[in-house]
Design a protein around this ligand. Sequence first.
Ligand SMILES: [Zn+2]
Length: 266
Amino acid sequence: MENTLLKLTDENYFSQEANRQYMEVSQFKGFLPQYGGCEAKQMAILNGTYKQKDSTPLLVGSYVHSHFEGALDRFKGEHPEIFTKAGSLKSQYQQANEMINCLETDESFKRVYTGDKEKIFTFDLFGAPWKIKVDCLNLKDGYFVDLKTTRDFQKVWNEELHRKVSFAEAWGYLVQIAVYKKGIELATNTKDIDGFIAAVTKQSPPDKAILYFTPEDYEIGFQEVEENIQHVLDVKNGNVAPERCEHCDYCRATKQLDKAVHYTEL
Ligand SMILES: [Zn+2]
C-alpha cells in the first residue's frame, strides 16, 4: 500500500483522492460530534456525493491565510463572490483586510511569523498515513505557527465537560497542535518542536494573541486522537456504517420522514 500513496503537492493537497488516501486533522474532526462533525456527512464528502458550500466565515479565514502565503491576488481571482456587483470588496472582506493589517503592523507577530510557509508533510501515525500543511515552520528555531481567525476570544460552553472552554479547546486546536508537532518531528527527524497559534479576531478593531501550549496540552490533544482514531478509520474504510447525526446540513438535506418521533426527542 505504502508506495502507491499519492505524492502530495500544492495542487493536489486538498483533492478528493488525497483526502481519501490520507487522514488529516480537519477530516478527523469532521467525524467527531464534539467538533460539530458527522460521520455520514464526512463520508459523503470523501465519496464526492456531497459538497459543502464555502461559508463566509470560512472564506474570511482563507482570505487572511492567502495574504500571509502571498497568494491573495490568486484567491481574489478564484472567488468573485467576495466582491459586490459594483466591484468593491464586501464588508466582511474589508474587515479581513483590517485583520491582516492588525497583524502586519505588529512587530512581535512579524518576528515570530518567519519561516517556510504552507509546508506539506506526510507521516504514519496510529496505523494511518496523515497529511498536514503547516502555515509557518521555523525548523531552525524549533517551532511552527498556525494562523487562526475567530469571531472573538470569548469562552464557549462545552456540553460534555460542563464548563466553558477557550476557543482553542472548543475548535479542537489541541488535537491539531499535537498532531502537527508529532508529524513535523517524525517527518523531519527532529525533537522538541513547539507549536504556537497566532489568532486574530473578526471584531472591529480586531483583537490578537499568540498562544503557547504545555506538554500536558499536547497530551490532551494526542489522547483524543488515540481514543477515536480506530473508530474513525473503521468508518472511513467501510468496515463500520457511518452514523447520521440528523442535525447537520447534510443530514437535513438527505432526511426522509420514515417514522414519527416522540415530541420529547427533539
Ligand atoms: Zn449529520
